[in-house]
Design a protein around this ligand. Structure first.
Ligand code: FAD
Length: 491
């Protein structure tokens, strides 16, 4: 049989469920990737995440070629064009079955359902596999059969199901080589009728997509591909025992920085979980505190992926908690601009935003701090922050980003009430005690003492090189709490 693997954000050879199943079921194998820049843009994907995706794809194409498996790169503009294009491709290549790994945001699910319906007409079955998550979203529910709305019970239920059992995350091997004797024969090029959508080579630069020229610069710092991701996982396995002690300090390299690789699929979440489970005696909450703490974060990722399936309203630009639709956001453009540029006059917030702008990545503790600051202290709609993060992050992922923003804005799944507002100054003193992180990204403040750097005394402000704080954090916190309290009383 002739199998076609439709690659998306699962760009690796090993432990790739769709690729593995296709290789087992078929004796001839090819892969296709479909770029949809217009839809990507409408989803807010920025240069960094698109560049990471394309470069990883290029590296995967080379790995596939070594095994004589061709990869066709097709460029359309929107998801809506995908079903017809795949129908043509499957027809031209005389494909017997299509394999892909499931994706969960609403538009992706709609696209995939339409592909399945369309290919039915030419009798090409489509198999969507569980691969982006550890278990299929929808398979873990409360006793009443609903999706979990809060992380801790989700985690408890997950662990109850998977601790002490063979977790079933055995590694899936990469496909074997299919040539040259094997005769895995496919045409070199395929041209599709109708639109201007020839199969072509993978572009070298995201500039070709007109996302915004120049942005790829940030991705250069990240080595790309499956090998790089594995190396990073291996290096992290040596320090994982200390993860729980270091993970909150942005000046340290205390976290894995695997998120960009997990999101484009250069590494699988099973490979990550397996490494940590090995460190932890096979337990999700075991004797290695660092590994347990890291597995907890892997489960946060899982939780948000499942959430978009159970509560698709979050994919429609709506808050998870419907009652928070009525928050009277202040949305002052100059506040947003100063936040975005790292010019708020609150050092830890500015350092974090400049880290994002300069590197395309931000430490998790700081993502929470800046999101709380924007949505609570500046009372700015979380959707503006969410979108900006999507545009900048090299690890941009709808589920994790939307989940994180809504959590911070108290419109989401946070179990704590709306009066959780991070105090950026206390966070700064606690998690960047010597100001090392601030100094790295806010050079204007490098001469301040370890004590003063968190909240430089106004009389020490020199020559206006650093702005005075945009707001009084105590007053603005009080105001935000009042706004949310009013909302509650109107229910
Ligand atoms: P590690 O600490 O090494 O954790 C390992 C992995 O667990 C991460 O790579 C990630 O896949 C997952 N993970 C860790 N923390 C979380 C979390 N809180 N939620 C979901 N998954 C988690 N993560 C993204 O991958 N993409 C995003 O677009 C994104 N946007 C965010 C926006 C906000 C406002 C917040 C508060 C968090 C966001 N996160 C996002 C989650 C988290 O900040 C990053 O996953 C983490 O900082 C990545 O660094 P790391 O790989 O070193 O993480």
């Amino acid at each position: 049989a002739r199998g076609l693997v439709w690659l998306r954000n699962d760009l690796r050879m090993e432990d790739n469920t769709a690729l593995y199943r296709a290789a087992r079921a078929c004796d001839a194998l090819a892969a296709v990737f479909i770029a949809c820049p217009e839809t990507w843009r409408s989803h807010g994907d920025g240069d960094n995440v698109v560049a990471m995706r394309l470069r990883t794809l290029k590296s995967l194409q080379a790995s596939l070629a070594k095994k004589h498996i061709p990869l066709y790169f097709l460029e359309l503009s929107r998801f809506a064009q995908v079903p017809a294009a795949l129908q043509q491709i499957c027809g031209k290549l005389e494909v017997d079955a299509l394999f892909a790994n499931a994706e969960y945001p609403l538009n992706e699910q709609r696209r995939d359902a339409a592909v399945r319906d369309t290919l039915k007409q030419i009798r090409v079955p489509v198999e969507y596999c569980t691969d982006r998550t550890l278990i299929p979203p929808g398979s873990l529910t409360t006793n009443s059969g609903d999706g979990f709305k809060v992380f801790t019970p989700f985690k408890r239920a997950f662990i109850a199901q998977h601790d002490n059992s063979d977790c079933g995350f055995d590694p899936l091997p990469a496909p074997r080589s299919l040539g040259p004797d094997h005769g895995n024969r496919w045409p070199e090029w395929i041209a599709l009728a109708g639109e201007n959508n020839l199969v072509r080579s993978i572009p070298d630069s995201v500039g070709d997509y007109g996302v915004a020229p120049g942005g790829e610069r940030k991705v250069l710092d990240w080595t790309v591909g499956e090998g790089a991701a594995k190396k990073r996982l291996e290096a992290f396995s040596a320090v994982i025992p200390d993860y729980h002690k270091q993970r909150d300090f942005p000046a340290l390299e205390g976290t894995s920085r695997l998120s960009p690789y997990l999101n484009c699929g250069a590494i699988s979440v099973r490979q990550c979980a397996r490494m940590a489970l090995e460190e932890n005696g096979g337990r999700w909450a075991g004797s290695c505190e660092g590994a347990s703490s890291w597995l907890n974060e892997i489960l946060w990722r899982e939780f948000y992926q499942h959430l978009v399936v159970h509560f698709p309203r979050v994919c429609r630009n709506l808050p998870f908690k419907p009652e928070t639709e009525g928050v009277p956001w202040a949305n002052r453009p100059s506040d947003f601009e100063r936040w975005r540029e790292g010019q708020t006059g609150v050092p830890i917030v500015d350092a974090a935003m400049r880290q994002l702008n300069q590197t395309g990545w931000m430490h998790n503790r700081l993502r929470m701090v800046v999101a709380s600051f924007l949505t609570k202290n500046l009372l700015t709609d979380w959707r503006l922050g969410e979108r900006y993060f999507m545009q900048q992050l090299v690890d941009a992922d709808f589920a994790a980003n939307n989940g994180g923003w809504q959590w911070a804005a108290s419109t989401g799944t946070d179990a704590a009430p709306y009066f959780r507002v991070f105090n950026p100054y206390s966070q700064s003193k606690r998690f960047d005690p010597d100001g090392d992180f601030i100094r790295r990204f806010v050079p204007e403040l490098e001469d301040y003492s370890n004590k003063d750097i968190h909240c430089p005394p106004r009389d020490l402000f020199r020559g206006g090189s650093y702005p005075v704080p945009i707001c009084d954090v105590t007053q603005s916190r009080k105001h935000a709490i009042e706004v949310f309290a009013n909302l509650k009383s109107q229910e």
